[in-house]
Design a binder for this molecule. Structure first.
Ligand code: ZN
Length: 506
């Protein structure tokens, strides 16, 4: 149902894997000045980066459609890159339309930040810290170095690079994003290691250096780490509140050594530059103006989770999960999952080429054989054919199956499939499964109202603090504190100071 940025990268991966020939060559590392063997010289870095970049932009969930915000981020990025060790690269900086908190770079100078990570930045200098860190990965040739190592390991070269880039992080606030992140990481972890700790520390130091060269206080590098750490703490607290174990190793920070030692190192590093001269302002007002009105959370194109409800405005359907169940929005399915994972209801779109006429005809397209009970009826006015029995696929494989074929809105057809750990689990959750199925519906006027996408608004802090700010917002006090850099402590913004909130848009 949703196509996340990370998922969109798989095709890129397939396209590019194995394109590079194995002949090693020598290059001088622009940061260290040392000679290193590589399978990716600079023209190759640029060519491969550009190809992946073009694929990425073509995808939904590619560039965030706001020319002004894109120009702003690109401008800040270009100024940083112009004062870097590789000013001559064809640098481009792109905001991706993803709620995930992430940033990454491809070889050749292609740098990405998600709108998800921008929402948590407090100033232009913070953003420059993240961007500077990613520039550092490019100038120090970390992607190309990894490509060279991966080739030794006999893996596709750019494939590894891109996967690694994407693995820089993923901490979704929304539950669905979290789960997808974990799944994708599970797959990717089999292919590639992350940047090494040394590479991350080097990128941090380069980030701090590039900040100071552009008259930003390099202490913002430290600040960014703090902001992202709070983000992770918040996600962990949310998971615990749901009775789940916090995801480990899935965030931008997890791949970035985040202990006190590291913070101290960055602070010391930053202090050295501080001696070099005065810094300009942190660009907080410019930054807040640029993100005012920016979308926050899921996109309506991918479907939105609001409490127990899921809305897909583009496909015009809604469904409601039983109390306590999780909604997992993946690329090709939507799953309502019982918290103990004993049972689930999974919504699958029927491929258009299988939609050939009557429900019987569609079922014959989908399955070589069906033996069982067929019940005809309607769900919320939509034609629904229920099946319970044994199905066989074209290869003759048989399995127990229980599903309902539904003619949904916009001439799309769906299978609502019952999944259960075993027969007794199926029995225990029968009531919830049946009730959930009956909530599948074309979107109502009320649903449409609830499915308005969220956006960041910059407003003066009211006298009543976060509690009062929350009354006009769609997110919790905790999340507002997180967005404004004071989750779990920190100085409260004074009344009248401009702060970020989240409201439902039009
Ligand atoms: Zn990094």
């Amino acid at each position: 149902m949703e196509v996340s940025v990370r998922h969109k990268l798989w095709p890129v991966l397939v396209l590019s894997a194995g394109l590079l020939a194995g002949c090693g060559t020598q290059v001088v590392n622009p940061v260290t000045g040392q000679t290193e063997r590589t399978v990716m010289d600079e023209p190759m870095e640029i060519a491969q980066g550009r190809q992946a970049h073009e694929e990425l932009l073509k995808a939904d969930g590619g560039a965030y459609p706001d020319a002004k915000l894109q120009a702003y981020v690109d401008g800040v990025g270009r100024r940083l890159a112009a004062n870097s060790h590789r000013a001559h690269l064809p640098w481009t900086f792109t905001v991706l339309d993803s709620p995930e908190v992430n940033a990454f770079a491809l070889p050749g100078g292609y740098v990405y930040v998600t709108r998800g990570i921008l929402a948590y930045m407090e100033s232009e200098a913070d953003m420059a810290g993240v961007v500077g860190h990613e520039i550092g990965h490019v100038t120090a040739r970390h992607g190309a170095q990894r490509a060279t190592r991966q080739q030794h390991a006999g893996l596709g070269v750019l494939a590894a690079t891109i996967l690694g880039a994407v693995l820089e992080g993923t901490t979704g606030i929304g539950g669905s994003t979290e789960l997808i992140g974990q799944a994708a990481q599970g797959v990717a972890a089999g292919y590639v290691a992350r940047y090494s700790r040394e590479q991350e520390l080097q990128a941090d130091q380069l980030g701090a250096e590039y900040l100071s060269r552009n008259r930003y206080d390099p202490a913002n590098m430290v600040n960014v780490i703090g902001v992202l750490r709070s983000q992770e703490a918040f996600a962990a607290d949310q998971a615990r509140a749901r009775g789940e174990k916090p995801a480990e190793g899935s965030s931008w920070l997890a791949s970035h050594p985040s202990n006190e030692q590291r913070l101290r190192e960055i602070r010391e590093h930053a202090a050295r530059y501080a001696a070099a001269g005065g810094f300009g302002d942190d660009g907080r007002e410019r930054f807040l103006a640029a993100i005012d009105g920016m979308r926050f959370g899921e996109s309506p194109e991918q479907g939105l989770t609001r409490g127990q409800h899921f809305y897909h405005p583009a496909l015009d359907f809604a469904i409601t999960a039983p109390a306590g169940w999780r909604i997992v929005n993946a690329e090709d399915s939507l799953t309502l999952m019982q918290p103990g994972r004993e049972a689930a209801l999974r919504l699958l779109p029927v491929p258009a080429q299988a939609v050939v006429g009557s429900h019987d005809q569609i079922l014959r397209q989908l399955f070589a054989n069906l033996q069982g009970r067929i019940t005809r009826g309607r769900i919320n006015g939509m034609e629904a054919t229920r099946f319970q029995g044994v199905v066989a696929d074209r290869n003759g494989r048989q399995q127990q199956a229980e599903f309902t074929l539904v003619s949904g809105p916009k001439n799309a057809h769906y299978l609502l499939v019952v999944l259960a750990a075993d027969a007794s689990a199926r029995q225990r959750h029968a009531g919830n499964l049946a009730a959930a199925e009956q909530t599948f519906r074309p979107m109502t006027a009320e649903d449409r109202q609830a499915a308005r996408p969220w956006q960041i608004r910059v407003v003066p802090m009211p006298r009543g603090g976060f509690a009062e700010l929350q009354r006009q917002s769609v997110v919790s006090v905790e999340q507002l504190r997180l967005l404004n850099g004071v989750y779990g402590g920190g100085r409260e913004p004074a009344a009248g100071q401009r702060v970020k909130t989240v409201v439902a848009g039009r």
